[in-house]
Design a protein around this ligand. Structure first.
Ligand code: HEM
Length: 179
């Protein structure tokens, strides 16, 4: 069966984004259960700096994917996907792209509102908004909420990838594979 793959840059962006998101969600869960300081005790003081930095990486990936999806769409399916598969996958992809953009923005603004530095590896990015404890609390509540939603979406997406690869044995996964 012939498959139409995503362009090379798009496949690179997918895997940079996917690996970053998996790491960020895992560290986010540690922050949730052990607190930021508890996690820093376990993994070192730089864990927060890398959480912020890879969050910005995900923001860049999300924005680029959004533009690419708007400008060039997605490669056609060969054979075409049934209507029942096409729409749920389209919905999950779009919601993931939006979450990949919303989540880092909420974290960025929440960090600034809490009066902390928005670190991007060894640089400091502009905070955009000033210190405001009430906003910080609200922004981090939404950061967490979008995090749970993203985790659910990623779970559905991974289940889909598993079914395509191991049950249906179609070539959908090779559309995004690097090899
Ligand atoms: C945290 C993990 C992941 C995230 C956040 C993620 C996110 C995304 C997003 C946003 C898209 C739409 C891309 C675009 O329009 O350019 C996409 C497509 C895709 N992803 Fe993932 N992904 C993840 C993991 C995986 C894994 C592990 C696999 C396969 C083993 C996979 C396979 C695919 C495939 C095949 C497509 C294209 C689907 C199609 O057009 O039919 N993804 N992913």
């Amino acid at each position: 069966m012939q498959t139409n793959r995503y362009g090379f840059l798009r496949r690179i962006l997918h895997w940079v984004g996917a690996l970053s998101v998996l790491g960020l969600l895992a560290v986010g869960m540690l922050f949730f259960f052990f607190g930021v300081e508890g996690t820093q005790k376990l993994f070192g003081p730089d864990v927060l700096k890398y959480h912020k930095s890879f969050g910005v990486v995900v923001l860049i990936v999300g924005v680029l994917v959004l533009f690419m999806r708007r400008s060039s769409g997605i490669p056609p399916y060969d054979p075409p996907l049934t209507f029942l598969l096409r729409w749920p996958s389209k919905l999950v992809h779009w919601l993931m792209i939006l979450a990949l953009i919303a989540m880092p923005i909420l974290g960025w603004l929440g960090t600034a509102a809490a009066g902390h530095e928005v670190q991007f590896f060894n640089w400091t990015l502009p905070g955009i908004i000033g210190k405001n404890d009430v906003w910080a609390k609200t922004l981090f509540q939404y950061h967490l909420l979008v995090g749970w939603v993203l985790m659910g979406l990623v779970g559905v997406h991974l289940l889909g990838a598993f079914v395509h690869g191991k049950v249906a044995h179609d070539n959908i996964n090779s559309r995004m594979s690097l090899l």
